[in-house]
Each structure stands twice: as C-alpha cells, then as structure tokens.
Design a binder for this molecule. Structure first.
Ligand code: ZN
Length: 73
C-alpha cells in the first residue's frame, strides 16, 4: 500500500473518530440521539458524504494501481 493511500486512510480514520464530537445540543431539528440526526443534519451528513467519496476514490486508485502493476510485471 502506498504511503499516499496510508496517509489518506489515516485522515479518514481521524475524521471518523472526531465526528461524534460534533454531537452537541443546539443545532438541527431532529432528535440528537437518533440516527436520522446524523444522516439528516448537514453538520454530520457532510463529513459522512466526504468519507464515502474519499473511500470510493481510494478504492478506484488502488484498483488502478494494482491493474497497472500487473501489466508492467
Ligand atoms: Zn448533532
């Protein structure tokens, strides 16, 4: 695994770990204890969307690197 992928995975992991710290009263219109709060409120949903996009991009990059490595060896 390349160092760029490892660095990006570390950033994603740190984002996942710190996202629950945003759970505080005083924002949004949904129950802060419900799953819909984390899916429906932009302050929580946006990081999740970014994580999904980053994981998809890394998966595609990793797939392409493995495909390229097979072609060159
Ligand atoms: Zn919240």
């Amino acid at each position: 695994m390349s160092s760029r992928i490892r660095t990006t995975l570390a950033l994603i992991t740190s984002t996942l770990v710190t996202t629950p710290l945003l759970a505080h009263p005083g924002h949004g219109t949904t129950d802060p204890q419900s799953v819909t709060h984390y899916v429906g409120e932009p302050v929580h949903a946006l990081p999740l969307v970014l994580i999904v996009v980053a994981v998809a991009a890394l998966s595609l990059l990793s797939f392409r690197q493995r495909k390229f490595a097979k072609q060159t060896h």
